[in-house]
Write a protein that binds this ligand. Structure first.
Ligand code: URA
Length: 229
Protein backbone atom coordinates (compact mmCIF):
# COMPACT_ATOMS: atom_id res chain seq x y z
CA UNK A 1 0.00 0.00 0.00
CA UNK A 2 1.01 3.62 -0.48
CA UNK A 3 1.01 4.46 3.18
CA UNK A 4 3.30 4.72 6.20
CA UNK A 5 0.85 2.68 8.31
CA UNK A 6 2.64 -0.69 7.95
CA UNK A 7 5.93 0.92 9.06
CA UNK A 8 4.65 2.09 12.42
CA UNK A 9 5.59 -0.05 15.44
CA UNK A 10 3.15 -2.89 16.14
CA UNK A 11 2.76 -2.55 19.88
CA UNK A 12 0.47 0.17 21.25
CA UNK A 13 3.15 1.03 23.81
CA UNK A 14 5.74 1.75 21.13
CA UNK A 15 3.21 3.60 19.01
CA UNK A 16 2.86 6.21 21.72
CA UNK A 17 6.60 6.39 22.37
CA UNK A 18 8.36 9.13 20.39
CA UNK A 19 11.77 7.42 20.45
CA UNK A 20 10.27 4.18 19.12
CA UNK A 21 8.33 6.09 16.46
CA UNK A 22 11.49 7.90 15.38
CA UNK A 23 13.42 4.62 15.04
CA UNK A 24 10.60 3.10 12.99
CA UNK A 25 10.25 6.19 10.78
CA UNK A 26 13.93 5.96 9.83
CA UNK A 27 13.04 2.88 7.76
CA UNK A 28 9.80 4.19 6.25
CA UNK A 29 9.16 3.36 2.60
CA UNK A 30 5.49 4.25 2.72
CA UNK A 31 5.81 6.46 -0.36
CA UNK A 32 8.49 6.97 -3.00
CA UNK A 33 10.18 9.99 -1.40
CA UNK A 34 12.66 7.89 0.62
CA UNK A 35 14.42 6.92 -2.60
CA UNK A 36 16.07 10.27 -3.29
CA UNK A 37 16.12 11.81 0.18
CA UNK A 38 19.15 11.41 2.47
CA UNK A 39 17.15 10.37 5.52
CA UNK A 40 13.84 10.60 7.35
CA UNK A 41 13.59 13.84 9.30
CA UNK A 42 11.33 13.09 12.25
CA UNK A 43 9.90 15.67 14.64
CA UNK A 44 11.99 16.94 17.53
CA UNK A 45 11.72 19.02 20.62
CA UNK A 46 10.14 19.15 23.99
CA UNK A 47 8.09 16.00 24.62
CA UNK A 48 6.37 17.65 27.58
CA UNK A 49 5.80 20.84 25.62
CA UNK A 50 2.32 22.15 25.07
CA UNK A 51 2.88 23.33 21.50
CA UNK A 52 3.46 21.31 18.33
CA UNK A 53 4.52 23.24 15.22
CA UNK A 54 3.84 21.52 11.90
CA UNK A 55 5.76 22.55 8.76
CA UNK A 56 5.64 21.13 5.24
CA UNK A 57 8.65 18.87 4.77
CA UNK A 58 12.37 19.02 5.51
CA UNK A 59 14.35 21.36 3.28
CA UNK A 60 17.82 20.88 1.84
CA UNK A 61 19.66 21.53 5.12
CA UNK A 62 17.20 19.51 7.18
CA UNK A 63 17.63 16.56 4.79
CA UNK A 64 21.42 16.69 5.15
CA UNK A 65 21.47 17.21 8.92
CA UNK A 66 18.50 15.05 9.87
CA UNK A 67 16.78 17.69 12.02
CA UNK A 68 13.67 19.79 11.32
CA UNK A 69 13.87 23.57 10.81
CA UNK A 70 17.65 23.95 11.05
CA UNK A 71 18.04 25.82 7.73
CA UNK A 72 17.10 29.37 6.69
CA UNK A 73 13.36 28.92 7.37
CA UNK A 74 14.24 27.54 10.80
CA UNK A 75 16.21 30.66 11.63
CA UNK A 76 13.21 32.82 10.73
CA UNK A 77 11.01 30.58 12.86
CA UNK A 78 13.37 30.72 15.86
CA UNK A 79 13.49 34.50 15.75
CA UNK A 80 9.70 34.81 15.35
CA UNK A 81 9.04 32.41 18.22
CA UNK A 82 11.34 34.35 20.49
CA UNK A 83 9.77 37.66 19.52
CA UNK A 84 6.29 36.24 20.17
CA UNK A 85 7.40 35.08 23.62
CA UNK A 86 7.48 31.35 22.95
CA UNK A 87 10.64 29.48 23.90
CA UNK A 88 11.97 27.02 21.34
CA UNK A 89 12.58 24.74 24.32
CA UNK A 90 8.85 24.46 25.03
CA UNK A 91 7.83 23.41 21.53
CA UNK A 92 7.99 20.27 19.42
CA UNK A 93 8.66 20.87 15.72
CA UNK A 94 7.70 18.48 12.97
CA UNK A 95 6.57 18.31 9.35
CA UNK A 96 3.54 17.00 7.46
CA UNK A 97 5.90 15.00 5.22
CA UNK A 98 9.11 13.53 6.62
CA UNK A 99 11.28 13.16 3.53
CA UNK A 100 12.67 15.99 1.40
CA UNK A 101 11.07 16.17 -2.06
CA UNK A 102 13.17 17.97 -4.65
CA UNK A 103 14.21 18.14 -8.24
CA UNK A 104 17.68 18.81 -9.56
CA UNK A 105 18.30 21.82 -11.73
CA UNK A 106 19.25 20.59 -15.20
CA UNK A 107 22.97 19.84 -15.05
CA UNK A 108 23.26 21.60 -11.71
CA UNK A 109 23.90 20.45 -8.18
CA UNK A 110 21.30 22.57 -6.47
CA UNK A 111 18.32 20.68 -5.14
CA UNK A 112 15.09 22.58 -5.68
CA UNK A 113 12.24 22.05 -3.22
CA UNK A 114 9.05 20.54 -4.64
CA UNK A 115 5.72 20.65 -2.84
CA UNK A 116 4.59 17.18 -1.74
CA UNK A 117 1.40 16.00 -3.44
CA UNK A 118 -1.81 14.87 -1.80
CA UNK A 119 -0.85 11.19 -2.03
CA UNK A 120 2.47 11.81 -0.28
CA UNK A 121 0.78 13.87 2.43
CA UNK A 122 -1.77 11.13 2.97
CA UNK A 123 0.90 8.42 2.99
CA UNK A 124 2.88 10.26 5.67
CA UNK A 125 -0.08 11.21 7.86
CA UNK A 126 0.17 8.18 10.21
CA UNK A 127 3.49 9.56 11.53
CA UNK A 128 2.01 12.98 12.23
CA UNK A 129 -1.03 11.47 13.91
CA UNK A 130 1.18 9.23 16.04
CA UNK A 131 3.25 12.25 17.09
CA UNK A 132 0.10 14.19 18.01
CA UNK A 133 -1.28 11.24 19.98
CA UNK A 134 2.01 10.79 21.84
CA UNK A 135 2.41 14.49 22.59
CA UNK A 136 -1.22 15.45 23.26
CA UNK A 137 -0.43 19.18 22.85
CA UNK A 138 -2.62 22.07 23.95
CA UNK A 139 -1.95 23.99 20.74
CA UNK A 140 -1.02 22.81 17.25
CA UNK A 141 0.48 25.48 14.98
CA UNK A 142 0.00 24.94 11.27
CA UNK A 143 2.83 26.56 9.28
CA UNK A 144 1.58 27.19 5.75
CA UNK A 145 -0.74 25.64 3.20
CA UNK A 146 0.74 22.14 2.99
CA UNK A 147 0.57 21.54 6.75
CA UNK A 148 -2.91 23.07 6.73
CA UNK A 149 -4.15 20.73 4.02
CA UNK A 150 -2.52 17.73 5.68
CA UNK A 151 -4.25 18.46 8.99
CA UNK A 152 -7.43 20.27 8.10
CA UNK A 153 -8.29 18.99 4.64
CA UNK A 154 -7.76 20.16 1.07
CA UNK A 155 -10.14 23.13 1.42
CA UNK A 156 -7.78 24.75 3.93
CA UNK A 157 -6.72 28.32 3.09
CA UNK A 158 -4.10 30.13 5.19
CA UNK A 159 -5.53 33.54 4.32
CA UNK A 160 -8.95 32.53 5.60
CA UNK A 161 -7.96 30.96 8.92
CA UNK A 162 -4.62 32.45 9.97
CA UNK A 163 -4.11 34.10 13.32
CA UNK A 164 -7.23 32.71 14.98
CA UNK A 165 -7.44 30.34 17.91
CA UNK A 166 -9.60 27.46 16.64
CA UNK A 167 -10.68 24.14 18.11
CA UNK A 168 -8.43 21.31 16.87
CA UNK A 169 -10.58 18.72 15.09
CA UNK A 170 -10.55 15.22 16.53
CA UNK A 171 -7.51 13.24 15.42
CA UNK A 172 -9.80 10.66 13.76
CA UNK A 173 -10.97 13.35 11.31
CA UNK A 174 -7.54 14.90 10.69
CA UNK A 175 -6.89 15.45 7.00
CA UNK A 176 -10.47 14.70 5.94
CA UNK A 177 -13.23 17.09 4.82
CA UNK A 178 -14.89 16.69 8.23
CA UNK A 179 -11.85 18.34 9.81
CA UNK A 180 -12.64 21.54 7.93
CA UNK A 181 -16.31 21.23 8.87
CA UNK A 182 -15.45 20.77 12.54
CA UNK A 183 -13.29 23.88 12.40
CA UNK A 184 -16.21 25.86 10.98
CA UNK A 185 -18.70 24.54 13.48
CA UNK A 186 -16.87 24.29 16.79
CA UNK A 187 -16.71 27.46 18.85
CA UNK A 188 -13.11 28.20 19.84
CA UNK A 189 -12.12 28.32 23.46
CA UNK A 190 -13.99 25.14 24.37
CA UNK A 191 -12.16 22.46 26.29
CA UNK A 192 -9.70 20.49 24.19
CA UNK A 193 -6.75 21.26 22.00
CA UNK A 194 -6.56 24.35 19.84
CA UNK A 195 -5.08 24.99 16.43
CA UNK A 196 -3.60 28.22 15.05
CA UNK A 197 -2.70 28.57 11.38
CA UNK A 198 -0.11 30.94 10.02
CA UNK A 199 2.17 31.34 7.02
CA UNK A 200 5.20 29.17 6.45
CA UNK A 201 8.39 30.93 7.65
CA UNK A 202 9.95 30.43 4.21
CA UNK A 203 7.25 32.78 2.84
CA UNK A 204 9.05 35.54 4.76
CA UNK A 205 12.26 34.77 2.86
CA UNK A 206 10.49 34.89 -0.51
CA UNK A 207 8.46 38.04 0.21
CA UNK A 208 9.24 41.41 -1.27
CA UNK A 209 7.99 43.17 1.85
CA UNK A 210 9.87 40.88 4.22
CA UNK A 211 9.44 43.05 7.31
CA UNK A 212 5.66 43.21 7.03
CA UNK A 213 5.31 39.51 6.27
CA UNK A 214 7.65 38.64 9.17
CA UNK A 215 5.64 40.90 11.50
CA UNK A 216 2.44 39.11 10.47
CA UNK A 217 4.04 35.77 11.38
CA UNK A 218 5.00 37.12 14.80
CA UNK A 219 1.46 38.47 15.31
CA UNK A 220 -0.02 35.02 14.63
CA UNK A 221 2.46 33.38 17.00
CA UNK A 222 1.47 35.87 19.70
CA UNK A 223 -2.03 34.34 19.54
CA UNK A 224 -0.36 31.01 20.37
CA UNK A 225 1.61 32.59 23.24
CA UNK A 226 -1.60 34.06 24.64
CA UNK A 227 -3.36 30.70 24.50
CA UNK A 228 -0.56 29.21 26.63
CA UNK A 229 -0.93 31.71 29.45
N1 URA B 1 10.57 23.91 5.94
C1 URA B 1 9.73 23.05 6.57
O1 URA B 1 8.52 23.05 6.34
N2 URA B 1 10.22 22.21 7.44
C2 URA B 1 11.50 22.17 7.74
O2 URA B 1 11.88 21.35 8.57
C3 URA B 1 12.36 23.08 7.09
C4 URA B 1 11.87 23.93 6.19
Amino acid sequence: SHDAGPFLPDSPKERSDLAALRRAAAGCRGCGLYENATQTVFGEGSAGGRVVLVGEQPGDQEDRQGHPFVGPAGRVLDRALEEAGIERGEVYVTNAVKHFKFKRQAGGKRRIHETPNVGEMRACRPWLLAELRALDPDVVVVLGATAGKALLGSSFRVTKLRGRLLALPGLETIGTPSAAREIDETPPGEAGAQVVATIHPSAVLRAEDRDAVYASLVDDLKIVAQALR
